[in-house]
Design a protein around this ligand. Structure first.
Ligand code: FE2
Ligand code: FE2
Length: 296
């Protein structure tokens, strides 16, 4: 039946593991998640204040016992807690292995997995190595997200744009420091080495649960007419998410200071995107980007 979903116990929508707990995603849409969370005995779990205004979180204990570190209150099977607009984090400890049903009006499942944390750590390592990539990643995320919103993308597509753009250059971790920060023009050989960062990034990202995230990272330097790298993909062979990131990436790279040149004016970067609209960059993506810039 359309819009009606049955989730079998052994087949949740997704599973994420952390050192202290296991999460099963039971139901979701873009603004709501229902998950079953198992917390192992003696492990802590923390509820953090939400960053959005009308936050709502509810959990119901299906099995086991937890104790609040803040009030010493014990909660067991059948007890529930809900919060709205939590201001400080709350700490709990599992007295036994605990299973809880968790409902939240946010979409954060993927952020909670250990794999995600690992990638964030890896990204931080890239950032230590390369100052530019740090701010660049955040800006490319902002532009990409706004483009995706402008294009009315929703749900998992929007989520993939979000994470793939943030991590798009994570493969630079594998590129020697001297090449990444070379003040002069790169030799052909050095440029070939730089170009491997898309592949390395896709390999790092592979361990995440997201479908297609690795392909998006792999494709972020592909161009519509086949002149990009690493695989010279053309047109529809390039994922929409990658096409969005390539526009945001180009704009930010051109308008930032680099070791080998000063930042170019915004107008020059916009001209580049317009000149190569339909050649390097998808027309609908460039149009959405121009609207974003206009509204900025
Ligand atoms: Fe890149
Ligand atoms: Fe980039």
């Amino acid at each position: 039946m359309n819009g009606f979903h049955i989730v079998k116990r052994e087949k949740p929508l997704d599973i994420a593991t952390q050192k202290s707990s296991k999460l099963k995603l039971l139901a979701r849409n873009s603004s709501m998640e229902v998950r079953e969370q198992t917390i192992y005995k003696d492990k802590m779990f923390v509820i953090y204040p939400a960053d959005k205004e009308d936050n709502f979180e509810f959990f119901y204990i299906l099995e086991g016992e937890i104790v609040s570190d803040d009030t010493d209150e014990i909660l067991t099977k059948g007890d529930s807690i809900f919060f709205t607009n939590l201001k400080n984090s709350m700490n709990f400890r599992a007295n036994t292995e605990v299973r809880i049903l968790y409902v939240i009006n946010d979409s954060i499942f993927h952020v909670l997995s250990d794999e995600m944390k690992e990638i964030v750590e890896t990204t931080n390592k890239v950032h230590e190595k390369d100052q530019y990539t740090r701010e660049h990643g955040t800006r490319v995320l902002q532009y990409s997200y706004l483009i995706a919103k402008q294009m009315k993308l929703k749900g998992e597509t929007l989520e993939r744009v979000h994470f793939a753009s943030l991590f798009h250059d994570v493969g630079k971790l594998e590129i020697p420091y001297d090449i990444l920060n070379k003040p002069g023009k790169l030799t052909n050989k050095e440029y070939e080495i730089i170009k491997t960062h898309s592949y390395h990034g896709s390999q790092i990202i592979k361990r995440l649960y997201f479908k297609n995230l690795e392909e998006i990272v792999l494709q972020h330097h592909e161009r519509l007419d086949g002149s990009g790298y690493p695989n010279g993909l053309k047109g529809d062979e390039i994922l929409l998410e990658a096409a969005i990131i390539s526009v945001a990436d180009t704009f930010d790279a051109m308008t930032s200071d680099r070791p080998y040149r000063k930042a170019l004016p915004k107008s020059v970067a916009i001209k580049e995107l317009v000149d190569y609209r339909g050649i390097h960059y998808r027309e609908d993506v460039v149009d959405a980007f121009l609207k974003v810039i206009e509204n900025d």
